[in-house]
Design a protein around this ligand. Structure first.
Ligand SMILES: NC(=O)c1ccc[n+]([C@@H]2O[C@H](COP(=O)([O-])OP(=O)(O)OC[C@H]3O[C@@H](n4cnc5c(N)ncnc54)[C@H](OP(=O)(O)O)[C@@H]3O)[C@@H](O)[C@H]2O)c1
Length: 274
């Protein structure tokens, strides 16, 4: 039975490769991207694949929470059920480190946008559904001032903190759902995979993008991940592993979620479609 799968950041890298795999298996793929032109190219590419499932496209810039909310409401209006949400869109380096809402762009795109999208789509998701969050092996203790946009950080520090923050809210959400909602699983798709992000940041890669797409596809579909809610799969090790210790610290994890909620209560959407 084809599943309905929303993939964020499906216009490049791991997201694009995963979209090709899932569409090629006949699933309905809802492609998200920030560029309408790139999305149109990907849609055409996917539709040309033999056995391709239904394809739809959604534009939203994740540095704007108004855009994220509009994306969620567009998806909800079109689909009473979403089986799988793959929170893949991410950013490492950017010339614009502050969003119009006054947030750190890396935290906005990598941590807060997927939090908002997930919360808004939860009512559409069955217990048998899955939320797959692309974290990273790069995880560093979260400075709550930086998460709130009140302290500037280097690209590397902001990226690693934003990826641990994503890991932390994944665990808190998984625990709060207690099997009454979709499984929430964080994964490191593999380090230094040959994508735009990695080539821009490091200039060289260690493995192909297919390594990441294969594990994301497995996390979305394979039975091995069905009972893995709250866990972290490290594809560098090829197994479920311990995340950064802060993610296992209940108080610290809840503080991160509270800080995200505070940010959301504070910002008035200042841009976007919503
Ligand atoms: N590659 C690795 O080795 C590696 C390792 C660990 C974790 N990851 C994680 O895997 C995920 C995918 O990374 P990747 O390496 O495939 O990167 P990528 O090739 O740069 O692709 C990133 C995707 O996110 C989208 N995106 C970026 N900023 C956005 C914004 N403001 N609003 C909406 N979409 C935005 C990009 O859109 P455009 O096409 O318009 O740029 C693109 O579709 C990320 O979460 C990353 O942190 C990657």
């Amino acid at each position: 039975m084809p599943k309905i799968i929303l993939i964020t950041g499906a216009t490049d890298g791991i997201g694009l490769e995963t979209a090709k795999m899932l569409s090629g298996l006949g699933h309905t793929v809802l492609l998200h991207g920030r560029s309408a032109d790139k999305l149109a190219d990907v849609e055409e590419m996917l539709r040309a694949q033999p056995g391709a499932g239904h394809v739809e496209t959604y534009v939203a810039d994740f540095s704007s929470m108004a855009d994220v909310k509009a994306l969620a409401s567009d998806v909800v209006a079109a689909h009473p059920t979403v089986d799988i949400l793959i929170n893949n869109a991410g950013i490492y380096g950017t010339p614009n480190t502050r969003t119009a809402d006054g947030l750190d762009t890396r935290f906005a795109v990598n941590t807060i946008a997927p939090y908002v999208l997930t919360r808004l789509l939860l009512p559409q998701m069955a217990k048998s559904g899955r939320v797959i969050n692309l974290s990273s092996a790069a995880q560093a203790p979260v400075d709550l001032r930086a998460l709130s946009g009140k302290m500037p950080l280097s690209d590397g520090a902001a990226y690693a903190q934003s990826k641990l923050a994503l890991m932390m809210w994944s665990r808190v959400l998984a625990e709060s759902l207690q099997g009454e909602g979709p499984a929430v699983i964080a994964i490191n798709p593999g380090s230094l995979l040959a994508t735009k992000m990695v080539m821009d940041a490091y200039g060289s890669a260690r493995a192909g993008v297919d390594v990441g797409a294969q594990i994301v596809t497995q996390a979305a579909l394979s039975d091995a991940f069905q009972n893995a809610s709250g866990r972290y799969f490290d594809n560098d090790e090829g197994r479920f592993a311990a995340p950064h210790p802060d993610a296992l610290h209940p108080t610290k994890a809840k503080q991160v979620v509270a800080a995200i909620e505070e940010v959301l209560a504070r910002i008035t959407p200042s841009s976007g479609r919503g």
